[in-house]
Write a protein that binds this ligand. Structure first.
Ligand SMILES: *Cc1c(COP(=O)(O)O)cnc(C)c1O
Length: 368
């Protein structure tokens, strides 16, 4: 972590302090009020729970410190992605999205955006660098992509998008704002599923949009109010608590992932291993640049579907579950969702278990 990131983490942990008076709680209360004392229409911080409320304020303040930007929170990553795309597009517009990114984003393009008259063009992440952006209003990227872990050069794409008159939206879920800051590299909006590492305990759905253009962020905020796509106060509280330990968890998870990836790559039953942190990985050039490290996700192939399912079933320290970024190591065969990957392809999300215990369990499960 850089000194700048360290300072953000410290600020995040103490962000409520300056606003507290004698006897007030250190952690934010879970505010369940839908309506607020309002004798006059003007001058109150809050008036109605769909427009804004104190527990959202607390988690948005933390995320704003990490992003260095204004933040609007949403009830899930998909709600944040929908908000960003709807606010930047209208009928007749064209958007480029990755054909190898999170699959529900592609479904949203097909079943919502296209139905409302937006042309959705799917391009593999690695080919975006060579595509002409002329005629597009939005270029939407996911880097590293989920599950393939391919990367694009965010700064280069932002320059080219802006030259073509398009906005760049980046899904930063696989890295979190601690490991990658697309807004610093020129992206107009960041979207993220805080359901993953930021919440971190597989117990809350949450998302956010971050941006530095006040007009664009006002549209996103107004979309939340009009669509009613609002997070629950308990989820906001859980994400607030999760964010306080994000850096500690990520340190363990990413360090363990580097160890596990290196050993998996050397294993005779493993093929096609992808981990951006390994020298020789096609995405390695971005590590130390736009990515602080290689992250906590590893992709690899076993011989086929049966071998992959048997491995997952045998390993006592791998949760067989979708999603990633939680404290428990988890993995699944992505072909079961229709991702364009080999039948034996596994996406492994490394958790916080002590690494040697975790590796022993993985090694034993590989032996069968
Ligand atoms: C999980 C995920 C999402 C969706 O987040 P939800 O909170 O499940 O709606 C979006 N993008 C990426 C890259 C994801 O991994």
């Amino acid at each position: 972590m850089t000194a700048d990131t360290d300072a953000r983490i410290a600020r995040l942990l103490h962000h409520r302090k300056a606003g507290l008076s004698q006897g007030e709680p250190v952690v934010p209360p879970i505010s369940v009020a839908t309506t607020f004392h309002l004798p006059q229409a003007q001058g109150a911080a809050h008036h109605y729970g769909r427009s804004g409320q104190p527990t959202w304020d607390a988690v948005e303040a933390q995320l704003a410190i990490l992003e260095g930007a204004e933040v609007v929170s949403f009830p899930s990553g998909m709600a944040a992605i929908t908000a960003a795309l709807v606010c930047c597009l209208k009928a007749g517009a064209r958007v480029m999205i990755p054909s190898d990114g999170y699959y529900v984003t592609r479904l949203l393009g097909r079943d919502l955006l296209q139905v409302y008259g937006v042309e959705v063009v799917q391009v593999p992440t690695l080919e975006m660098a060579d595509r002409d952006f002329a005629g597009f209003q939005v270029i939407y990227i996911e880097t590293p992509s989920n599950p393939g872990l391919d990367v694009v050069d965010i700064a280069a794409l932002a320059r080219r998008a802006h030259a073509a008159g398009a906005l760049l939206i980046a899904d930063n879920t696989t890295m979190t704002p601690l490991l990658q800051r697309p807004l610093d590299l020129g992206a107009d909006l960041v979207v993220a599923a805080d359901t993953k590492a930021p919440a971190g305990h597989s117990d809350a759905l949450f998302g956010h949009v971050a941006g530095r253009d006040a007009n664009l962020m006002a549209r996103v905020r107004e979309w939340r109010r009009q669509s009613g796509s609002v997070p629950g106060p308990f989820e906001a509280y859980l994400v607030h608590r999760g964010l306080e330990t994000l850096e500690v968890r990520l340190s363990r998870m990413c360090a363990s992932a580097a160890v596990i990836a290196e050993r998996l790559a050397a294993h005779p039953k493993v093929r096609g291993l992808r981990y951006p942190g390994l020298p020789g990985d096609p995405s390695h050039g971005s590590v130390g640049g736009q990515m602080a490290n290689g992250g906590f996700l590893i992709g690899f192939e076993l011989a086929g579907e049966a071998e992959a399912e048997a491995f997952l079933a045998r390993c006592p320290l791998i949760e067989q579950a979708t999603s990633f970024g939680g404290v428990h190591t988890a993995a699944e065969r992505r072909a079961r969702w229709g991702d364009a990957v080999a039948e034996g392809f596994i996406r492994l999300s490394v958790g916080v278990e002590p690494v040697e215990v975790l590796w022993s369990a993985i090694d034993a499960a590989l032996e069968g």
